[in-house]
Design a protein around this ligand. Structure first.
Ligand code: SF4
Length: 456
């Protein structure tokens, strides 16, 4: 009997020859990631339960990424970064992407400088899930856990990646192990390729609309078919990122040359471990359900307030007015996202306030150096009237303190490249978020109403 991708990883990492869906197994963890919001809580549990002087199971397997509430005067948020720094020093954790360069310093955001020009040091990275990929912490065949629900993003790299709570993370920190129930799998066979201006975000919004925002609860969402070959790694990350928005335990892609090329570039650039053992996809493995999706038939879609499964065809939403637009986050703040946005916005002006936040410091660099004709991507957006910050972070994706860049402080409607639109997600409890691809967000920003990017 063959196994799914997730079952193969569970079997390998638990020392078994095979596992069955529903089976509880102790799994060996390769990487544990935490950030400024959950890191201090995780560290507190680790110390309380294991001991004040306890040592982590392997300092090189722990990745600390401040990214959520960074560019804010909120003192508690600033202090969280200091707690991560102290812990990294105490435990000898080298993969700590600190906001400042001074290992003995304290992070304090300077509000007297506008939140436009960068305020971070040379090691700062930005949004955790994008950083995990860029800095070579996502490797095929491995198990990556993170104290963040969108840790599933790394499933793009043919690994098992999922979010866990602080208590579990405290245990993993000490032992490198976790008890997991093997999730049953739903398989999505992607066929053919997307038409111009239809993006990976449209694929995953389509799927969540089809199965519902709880349609994959505690299931592995496995992608396969010829259509996956056509998808770039950024596309696969966008899709895997939103597995949790359908309740999925994880999202996972097959391994191919594109995966190998990305991982070898990222690990070489960052100096992280470059050896790995991918798992091979077997489409005859038994799954709970299988869906076939013809990518050539998809069109731009949005997910209206109040959940990511509330799918509508973009062209049928022309009477829905928006107050603002936003491009950023682990889902929609990558270089390819900004490039798609620039393709639509070039030569136009935005009609509503529009905010842009690169996911990471590396994305920022590329946006400034990647040219489209005579102009950089960065300048194309700036010239179209988009307010951009160099301070790569989660920013307004989950609201944050009131002074967060791009935060919705009024009950307005925002169309956004982010991944979640439950009430109050981007700030004010009565604000509404419409989820869309970067191309659709750009087109809508130009028109001031939800707009299909093919109509620009
Ligand atoms: S960008 Fe948004 S979804 Fe991604 S990790 Fe940050 S807050 Fe979470």
């Amino acid at each position: 009997m063959t196994m799914t991708l997730t079952e193969k990883i569970f079997a390998k990492k638990s020392g078994k020859t095979r596992v069955e869906p529903g089976e509880n197994v102790w799994v060996n963890v390769d990487v544990l990631m935490t950030h400024d919001v959950c890191g201090p809580g995780t560290i507190g549990i680790f110390k309380r339960e294991i001991g004040e002087d306890a040592k982590v199971w392997n300092p090189d397997s722990i990745v600390l990424i401040p990214d959520h509430y960074i560019f804010t005067t909120d003192e508690k948020s600033n202090r969280n970064v200091d707690i991560l720094r102290a812990f990294a020093k105490e435990q000898g954790i080298k993969y700590f992407y600190d906001v400042i360069d001074d290992p003995n310093g304290k992070w304090r955001y300077d509000a007297s400088k506008e939140n436009i020009t960068k305020q971070y040091g040379s090691r700062y990275a930005g949004v955790c899930h994008t950083t995990i990929a860029e800095r070579g912490h996502a490797r095929p065949g491995e198990v990556l856990l993170g104290t963040d629900s969108h840790t599933c993003t790394a499933g793009a790299f043919n690994e098992f990646a999922t979010g866990i709570g602080n208590t579990d993370a405290g245990f993993v920190m000490a032992t490198g192990k976790i008890l997991l129930k093997t999730p049953p799998t739903i398989r999505f066979i992607l066929e053919k390729s997307l038409n111009p201006r239809v993006m990976a975000k449209d694929i995953i919004l389509w799927i969540i609309g089809m199965i519902g925002f709880d349609g994959a609860t505690y299931k592995a969402m496995e992608f396969g078919g010829d259509g996956t070959n056509w998808l770039e790694m950024d596309d696969r990350m966008t899709i895997a990122n939103m597995a949790i928005e359908a309740g999925g335990k994880n999202g996972i892609f097959p391994f191919d040359d594109k995966t190998a090329k990305y991982v070898s570039f990222a690990t070489a650039r960052a100096g992280t471990k470059s050896e790995y053992e991918p798992v091979e996809q077997n489409l005859s493995a038994k799954v709970d359900a299988e869906y076939k999706i013809d990518l050539s038939k998809l069109e731009p879609v949005v997910a209206l307030h109040p959940n990511p499964g509330n799918r509508r065809i973009a062209r049928e939403c022309g009477d829905i007015k928006i107050d603002r637009a936003y491009i950023g986050s682990c889902t929609g703040g990558k270089v390819s996202d900004f490039y798609a946005f620039a393709e639509v916005i070039e030569g136009h002006r935005v009609k509503v306030p529009t905010f842009g936040v690169p996911a990471t410091s590396l994305v920022l660099k590329e946006l400034k150096s990647t040219m489209r004709g005579e102009k950089s991507i960065w300048n194309i957006l700036a010239d179209a009237g988009v307010t951009l910050t160099e301070n790569a972070s989660c920013a307004a994706c989950l609201g944050g303190p009131e002074d967060t860049f791009g935060r919705m402080n009024k009950p307005e409607i925002c169309i956004s490249t982010t991944n979640r639109n439950f009430p109050g997600r981007m700030g004010h409890i009565e604000s509404k978020v419409i989820l869309a691809s970067p191309a659709t967000v750009a087109a809508s920003a130009i028109k001031g109403v939800v707009t299909d990017p093919r109509d620009i």
